[in-house]
Design a protein around this ligand. Structure first.
Ligand SMILES: C[S@@+](CC[C@H](N)C(=O)[O-])C[C@H]1O[C@@H](n2cnc3c(N)ncnc32)[C@H](O)[C@@H]1O
Length: 308
């Protein structure tokens, strides 16, 4: 365990290392990516994660080990073939979305990874420190693909008093999100809907001020079309937080971005001006090294809906 870790992160690290001692070196590398002040702010998010886990750490660590193993298997395939294993929604549905037990493990593990993998943690800090403060008080926020629900919960518990709606096509993900929002006591501030965001929405729906879509665009066959289809449901000048990884193999990742800059182009092609971006390399890599060896880079793009 890292001596100087703040308390909530220290608690989570200790629990993971107790169950999986060989993973300690990875966690140390992750911590090294953060200056001390950032680590303290990440600790506030780790506090929320501990409240979501609610004493059932073993279940979440099982999910975390599951996604770590799954990622390694997919990485081997990616290195051998240079591509993702699957490319159609039907394949992802059959192997992942249609299996509630797989989705449950996946979302539990992904929740813990939000504070353990440096690229996921830095993406979350980009969300809380660079995106949410840009929104006006009371803003209507749509999140597509909340998964475990942490992003949704952070938006709902923000002092900006945002009204949050979230859509996910997976019933298992929505159950996790609902459970987690209840544990934080913010479920009354979020409307959840089971909905595939690639299916066009009826015109005339009250527009949102902001769209959050993190770790979802790589899950669809045509991400530009998906974003372009959502843009008209934002007010003009409405803000977008798009998180999308480059070179990040997983069984439900269909759309491969080979360079981080492709994330910027994707957002622009969908009708947004880019107003900010962050590229967060995966644990243990500098951005330069990640580019060189095609390791995962989590890309955050903040966009503004262009006038029609
Ligand atoms: C990897 S999780 C992302 C969770 C969270 N947003 C994050 O950044 O960690 C992807 C989520 O998006 C959902 N999803 C994938 N394609 C979708 C679509 N077309 N419409 C709505 N939800 C979708 C999945 O069911 C899953 O819950």
């Amino acid at each position: 365990m890292h001596e100087a870790l703040p308390p909530n992160l220290s608690h989570i690290h200790a629990a993971v290392i107790a169950a999986w001692p060989e993973h300690g070196a990875v966690l140390q590398k992750s911590v090294a990516a953060f200056p001390p002040d950032q680590l303290l702010r990440l600790d506030d998010i780790a506090d929320q994660v501990l409240r979501l886990v609610d004493g059932d750490m073993a279940r979440y660590i099982e999910g975390y080990r599951w996604i770590s193993r799954m990622q390694l298997e997919e990485e081997l395939h990616f290195r051998r073939t240079g591509g993702y294993r699957n490319s159609t929604f039907e394949q992802a549905w059959e192997q992942v979305y249609s299996k509630p037990e797989v989705m449950g493990l996946y979302m539990d593990g992904l929740l813990v990874s939000q504070v353990l993998w440096s690229n996921h943690a830095q993406t979350l800090l980009s969300f809380t420190e660079d995106f949410l403060p840009r929104l006006r008080p009371g803003a209507r926020v749509l999140e597509v693909g909340p998964g475990h629900g942490l992003g949704c919960a952070l938006a709902a518990s923000h002092s900006g008093n945002f009204q949050v709606e979230a859509w996910d096509l997976s019933e298992a993900s929505l159950r996790r999100t609902q459970e987690h929002l209840e544990r934080l006591g913010v479920d009354d501030r979020v409307t959840l809907r089971e909905r595939d965001a690639t299916v066009p929405l009826q015109a005339g729906t009250e527009p949102f001020d902001a769209l959050v879509i993190s770790e979802v665009l790589e899950h669809v066959e045509k991400p530009v079309e998906l974003l372009a289809g959502l843009a008209p449901h934002l007010v003009e000048g409405g803000l977008l937080f798009a998180g999308v990884p480059a070179n990040s193999p997983a069984p439900d990742h269909l759309y491969l971005l080979r360079e981080p800059e492709e994330a910027l182009a994707l957002v622009e092609d969908a009708g947004f001006d880019v107003v900010g971006h962050h590229f967060h390399p995966c644990t243990g890599y500098s951005l330069e090294r990640a580019r060189e060896v095609k390791a995962t880079v989590s890309c955050v793009v903040i966009g503004c809906r262009r006038s029609a």
